[in-house]
Design a protein. Structure first.
Length: 192
């Protein structure tokens, strides 16, 4: 005689007929979850910075950054773009244009420095006091005004370095026209 557990199993689950077997496997396939392997995920991205970022780099630098940092910070704020051959070529053209502009500015400032040095001394009149002393002093603004009146050239007064002038005589002021070019200008201070 069969055991009670065996009877209940066979009576609860009758053996499937061939047609019901097909339906059962078809319904299993429909409900099953198919997992497709994606391959290795890139953890880093090569990017070119489009803005200066204090702790990361300057505009035009190529960096290797984490994918999440690029996706969540750099890309939404527009501070970087992915490194592609087209973007790389465009950035190189931009760098060449910037270098040509820097070279042109440097040449102009060197030419202006030669003009300042060949002119001689700029004469600055001041109200005189006892002996060689003058009232007040000669400031960077005074030097800028003299250059503007005699050469019709605008120079920023923050770029002019004037020694302390409180007496009549000849002095030398420096004008920083470019980070690499400094012009030395002679000043002749006399009493009216």
């Amino acid at each position: 005689m069969a055991s009670p557990s065996t009877l209940s199993l066979t009576s609860a689950f009758p053996s499937p007929s061939p047609s019901s077997s097909r339906r059962l496997t078809a319904s299993r396939r429909a409900t099953s979850l198919v997992i497709v392997a994606q391959g290795k995920v890139k953890k880093y991205r090569q990017v070119i910075l489009t803005d200066d970022i204090e702790e990361l780099g300057r505009k035009g630098d190529t960096l290797k950054v984490r994918a999440g940092f690029y996706r969540n910070f750099l890309l939404p704020k527009g501070k970087a773009t992915l490194l592609t051959p087209e973007v790389l070529k465009e950035m190189q053209l931009e760098q060449e244009r910037i270098e040509a502009e820097k070279k042109r500015v440097k040449e102009e400032s060197q030419q202006l420095a030669r003009v300042f040095e060949t002119i001689g001394a700029f004469k600055i009149p001041r109200k005189g006091g006892k002996g060689k002393q003058i009232f007040g002093s000669v400031t960077a603004q005074d030097v800028v005004d003299i250059i503007k009146s005699q050469l019709n050239r605008d120079v920023d007064k923050r770029l002019v370095t004037v020694p302390e002038i409180r007496e009549t005589g000849e002095y030398v002021a420096e004008i920083k026209l470019h980070p690499d070019v400094t012009a030395r200008v002679r000043l002749n201070v006399y009493a009216k």
